[in-house]
Design a protein around this ligand. Structure first.
Ligand code: NDP
Length: 327
């Protein structure tokens, strides 16, 4: 038997309950992982609260990330005891996820734990951190180098934003951080931000083109803020857009694209191919020291997930929330 947070539907509402499940109830897959830690992402918040249509069918064990060790494997690539990570691939959405002591998954979804990283660190990073790294790689693909100017990160004290600020600063970029929280200034400066901008000032509807301020951006919020970032991006700049914490809309014009050669690059982590994932995880291990990861980390128990799920959907969670399955 193992412990899991199970979502179900009752009278059209999503309900969550901690249950003891039988190993036979696990979905099919090639590898059983003993999950030691998971993490809470925005998407998990939407799934657990039922505020967003994330879960394809019920009952569902949510949790889009997990880290632990292999218990059983029917493929030669993985052996019992191997430390592994899973993020994305529909885990916690279409396939039972990481908010449980055991998970059965496809071998192709696993990434071997990079040497020098442990399960807690992997889950401080999680999908949010992987996405931040993919955004940084998108900026590099767009030739945004530290000498080109400042990179602006929106939704900066959230999971993706925090890791993006820390990564960019470590890589030598000057980072401007946009936050709606007056209390986040010190935290963001500790992660490496040189400049803090208020959400309010970045939410003013822009003209089609504004003064050129940014060499690049990691945008986690969408909406008017993304439109303003685009209007303020300098010639040849790249904006990596990965999120919708503010809005799914993008009220912009074509002017930044056709007059300033601005590139808007979408970033998607769920189906990121294995080789790019491996590179991203290796770089995350190399670039993020323990002290920086510690700065972002909050540890909670499985029982606390519903409370934190609500908080993350309200933009009240700072940094990264790691779920300790043994707590
Ligand atoms: P978090 O909730 O941790 O962070 C989002 C941050 O956005 C908040 O902390 C807050 O930062 C800011 N924010 C919240 N509400 C608003 C608002 N109404 N207007 C402007 N800013 C707001 O979420 P994650 O970091 O986990 O995810 C961020 C986004 O990225 C989500 O939309 C998520 O769905 C998406 N995402 C996409 C992925 C992909 O593969 N494309 C993968 C992972 C996440 P502050 O308080 O500093 O203003």
């Amino acid at each position: 038997m193992f412990k899991a947070l199970v979502l179900d539907q009752k009278d059209g509402k999503t309900i969550s309950e901690i249950k003891q499940l039988d190993e036979d109830s696990l979905p099919p897959g090639e590898v059983i992982v003993e999950v030691s830690h998971s993490s809470l992402n925005y998407k998990d918040g939407l799934a657990v609260t039922g505020k967003g249509k994330i879960v394809s069918h019920y009952p569902m064990v949510p949790g889009i990330d997990l880290a632990g060790t292999v218990r059983e494997s029917s493929v030669p690539e993985y052996r019992p005891g191997d430390p592994v990570i899973v993020t994305g691939w529909g885990v916690g959405e279409r396939h039972w996820g990481g908010f449980a002591e055991l998970a059965r998954v496809q071998a192709g979804w696993l990434v071997p734990m990079p040497e020098g990283m442990d399960a807690v660190q992997a889950m401080v990073i999680g999908t949010a951190g992987l996405t931040a790294m993919l955004c940084v790689m998108a900026l590099e693909d767009g030739h945004v180098t530290p000498d080109k100017g400042t990179v602006i990160v929106t939704g900066a004290s959230g999971g993706v934003g925090s890791v993006a600020v820390a990564l960019l600063a470590r890589l030598g970029y000057r980072v401007a951080a946009v936050t709606g929280r007056a209390t986040s200034g010190d935290y963001l400066q500790q992660l490496g931000a040189s400049e803090i901008l208020s959400r309010e000032e970045m939410s003013v509807k822009p003209r089609p083109l504004e003064k050129q301020r940014w060499a690049g951006s990691v945008d986690t919020v969408g909406g008017v803020i993304l439109a303003r970032v685009l209007a303020e991006t300098q010639f040849d700049g790249t904006v990596a857009a990965c999120g919708l914490a503010a809005s799914v809309d993008l009220p912009t014009t074509v002017m930044p694209f056709i007059l300033r050669n601005v590139r808007l690059q979408g970033v998607e982590s769920v189906q990121c191919p294995f080789e790019r994932r491996k590179i991203a995880w290796r770089r995350l291990q190399q670039e993020l020291p323990e002290s920086v990861l510690g700065e972002m980390e909050s540890l909670i128990s499985l029982e606390q997930v519903p409370e934190y799920a609500e908080k993350i959907t309200l933009g009240q969670v700072r940094g990264r929330t790691v779920i300790d399955l043994k707590r």
